[in-house]
Design a protein around this ligand. Structure first.
Ligand SMILES: *[C@@H]1O[C@H](CO)[C@@H](O)[C@H](O)[C@H]1NC(C)=O
Ligand SMILES: *[C@@H]1O[C@H](CO)[C@@H](O)[C@H](O)[C@H]1NC(C)=O
Ligand SMILES: *[C@@H]1O[C@H](CO)[C@@H](O)[C@H](O)[C@H]1NC(C)=O
Ligand SMILES: *[C@@H]1O[C@H](CO)[C@@H](O)[C@H](O)[C@H]1NC(C)=O
Ligand SMILES: *[C@@H]1O[C@H](CO)[C@@H](O)[C@H](O)[C@H]1NC(C)=O
Ligand SMILES: *[C@@H]1O[C@H](CO)[C@@H](O)[C@H](O)[C@H]1NC(C)=O
Ligand SMILES: *[C@@H]1O[C@H](CO)[C@@H](O)[C@H](O)[C@H]1NC(C)=O
Ligand SMILES: *[C@@H]1O[C@H](CO)[C@@H](O)[C@H](O)[C@H]1NC(C)=O
Ligand SMILES: *[C@@H]1O[C@H](CO)[C@@H](O)[C@H](O)[C@H]1NC(C)=O
Ligand SMILES: *[C@@H]1O[C@H](CO)[C@@H](O)[C@H](O)[C@H]1NC(C)=O
Ligand SMILES: *[C@@H]1O[C@H](CO)[C@@H](O)[C@H](O)[C@H]1NC(C)=O
Length: 482
């Protein structure tokens, strides 16, 4: 099911691209390409301790695995499943909160946001969890979602701690967790957008308004502080600012992963609430992304550093995150799909063309404009090309897994609440309506508590009956043996 538009671009590029990997014109070709690219990723990987070679930082491993998990799902290829499960487990830390001992001194909130994203993808794509006892781990939660939730709860704890978060800039997470690290007094977009994305996805997964309310709050803060400025094609997403200035000294660098993370969170919020507010936010962020990170041939690039050839190792992977989030946005916000794909198709083709470098003749490059390797190669280049190429398979997805624990009626009320929350127009009648809806919501939540309690009791009864049945069966077997 490759839309026509894809073929048009393939033909267009065919005229001058010499591919070392097959042109991504069909599902088979895309899966063949991406298998080669993933092999390239593993060239940089130490399986024994689940880390990537220096100079790659720990966050980048999270992004690599995110895109590899997505690939295993899209291509229905389980070859690397046990490698992925081991990698995720080895980094899970002793409390399954992704604070592994070998990163404990350097880990920051943005690392957690990225690894949280990866765990959510694992959950939404139904990746199975290794059995208890694997690698000596006991009590492994039976779904990655609970580990994502552990990561999120840590961030939420910091968000709510007045000393750590609320005293300057009107809220927000700091970049760093520990005072001894550079950047402790910097609040940045990626840490907060990472948390926003997690709240939105957890909210969708569990259909739980509590997370959605928190997501709404985080996004409002990102706007209030001036890191995210929604304005159609001119939408900006800045990097962050310092506490000392109460976040007025904004660093106006614009990176594709900040756009991607924020856009992805909004796409989830729109998908759950169906609200105008979230549709507009998603569309503005997409329109801004479209004008800032694609050239006139609709090929993605890291505009902040690519032209000047100054992209560092981190920055060379950012397009991999943007591509992933665009794939999900086109799925979660169907109205944007054809426009997003009309940019991702030429980008994916050009990215595949760039994968003709290195000794193996399939190392991917940094700049895709000429659809041939530009002399760069590395982990970031592999991750970015992987994300862009496989995004073309996004429209054949099944729905992302979820588990509803809250009745639809509660979520409907919440959607209405969020829908009425628009920019500055907090009119009195809106406020009255919000209060009204809020009291209805509280009422419903109370009813829910009663329901949950009743259900828990019933479940307990079922368990008891199961035990009785088992003991009856054991007795019966015993009698039969006699
Ligand atoms: C699955 O992935 C492995 C490893 O990259 C590859 O060797 C194999 O050909 C793939 N299988 C299919 C059916 O594409
Ligand atoms: C991981 O293992 C490799 C190979 O044994 C080693 O060179 C590297 O320093 C280790 N990395 C970490 C973070 O422990
Ligand atoms: C591991 O054991 C714990 C405690 O019995 C259980 O809650 C959990 O679901 C198990 N995990 C897996 C992956 O089976
Ligand atoms: C908030 O963080 C500060 C600094 O780490 C810590 O001393 C304090 O105990 C925390 N407060 C709460 C309520 O956790
Ligand atoms: C600091 O910034 C926040 C958010 O922009 C604002 O609400 C607050 O009033 C500012 N505080 C001071 C002291 O300027
Ligand atoms: C985004 O761009 C499209 C044109 O592609 C336009 O129809 C839409 O109104 C724009 N939305 C915003 C919020 O700027
Ligand atoms: C926004 O960008 C799109 C795509 O480049 C263009 O079609 C549209 O006219 C622009 N809108 C405005 C208001 O400039
Ligand atoms: C969404 O954008 C449309 C068109 O620009 C506007 O009419 C509408 O009021 C916006 N809705 C919200 C909730 O911001
Ligand atoms: C949410 O995403 C699903 C899957 O693409 C789609 O079917 C559904 O229409 C989306 N919801 C909204 C409100 O667009
Ligand atoms: C693309 O090709 C042109 C013409 O050969 C060359 O000048 C330019 O440097 C190339 N750009 C990249 C990114 O490789
Ligand atoms: C995940 O598993 C659930 C329950 O088995 C199923 O309903 C859903 O379709 C699966 N989703 C994906 C993305 O595989």
């Amino acid at each position: 099911m490759i839309p026509l538009i894809k073929h048009i671009f393939v033909v267009f590029f065919f005229t001058y691209i010499s591919y070392a990997v097959p042109p991504p014109s069909s599902k088979d070709a895309i899966c063949q390409d991406t298998q080669l690219i993933i092999q390239g990723i593993f060239d940089y990987y130490y399986e024994n301790n689940a880390t990537f070679h220096q100079p790659y930082y720990w966050w980048e491993g999270g992004l690599a695995f995110n895109n590899i998990i997505e690939n295993a799902y899209l291509c229905q290829n389980d070859t690397f499943d046990s490698l992925i499960q081991d990698a995720l487990l080895k980094k899970s830390g002793k409390d399954f909160n992704y604070m592994p001992h070998d990163q404990i001194m350097v880990e920051a909130n943005d690392d957690l946001g990225i690894w949280g994203m990866t765990l959510l993808t694992a959950a939404e794509r139904n990746l199975s969890v290794p059995q208890n006892g694997t690698l000596g781990y006991k009590n492994i939660p039976n779904n990655w979602i609970y580990m994502a939730d552990n990561v999120y709860k840590q961030m939420l704890h910091r968000w709510n701690n007045k000393t750590l978060s609320q005293s300057e800039c009107g809220g927000g997470l700091r970049w760093q967790i520990y005072p001894w690290n550079n950047g402790y007094s910097y609040k940045n977009t990626i840490s907060n957008a990472g948390m926003f994305q997690m709240a939105a996805r957890l909210g969708r997964y569990f259909n739980d308004p509590e997370y959605l309310k928190q997501a709404d709050e985080i996004f409002s803060w990102l706007r209030d502080v001036g890191f995210v400025n929604l304005n159609g094609n001119q939408t900006t997403v800045y990097d962050g600012a310092n506490l000392e200035s109460n976040c007025t000294d904004i660093t106006e660098l614009q990176w594709s992963y900040n756009f991607g993370m924020t856009l992805g969170g909004c796409a989830y919020m729109y998908n759950v609430t169906g609200s105008d507010y979230w549709f507009n936010a998603t569309q503005s962020l997409w329109n801004g992304t479209r004008s800032r990170f694609f050239n006139e041939d609709r090929i993605m690039y890291e505009s902040q550093c690519q032209a000047s050839n100054t992209c560092n190792n981190d920055e060379r992977a950012f397009k991999g995150l943007l591509s992933f989030m665009l794939e999900y946005t086109s799925f979660l916000v169907p109205a944007l799909q054809s426009d997003i794909m009309s940019y991702m198709t030429p980008s994916a083709n050009a990215a595949a063309g760039s994968c003709d470098g290195g000794f193996d003749k399939h190392s991917c490059g940094l700049n895709w404009f000429n659809a041939t390797n530009d002399g760069y190669f590395g982990l970031g280049e592999q991750i970015s090309a992987l994300g862009a190429i496989q995004s073309l398979l996004g429209d054949s997805n099944d729905d992302l897994a979820k588990f509803n624990k809250i009745p639809q009626s509660t979520i409907d009320y919440l959607s209405i609440l969020l829908q009425h929350k628009s920019n500055n127009e907090d009119t009195i009648s809106n406020k009255k309506r919000d209060v009204n809806l809020m009291s209805k919501l509280i009422n419903l939540e109370q009813q829910l508590q009663v329901e949950v309690l009743r259900r828990t009791k019933l479940e307990q009864k079922v368990e008891d009956l199961k035990h009785q049945l088992n003991s009856y069966k054991r007795k019966r077997n015993l009698i039969q043996h006699l």
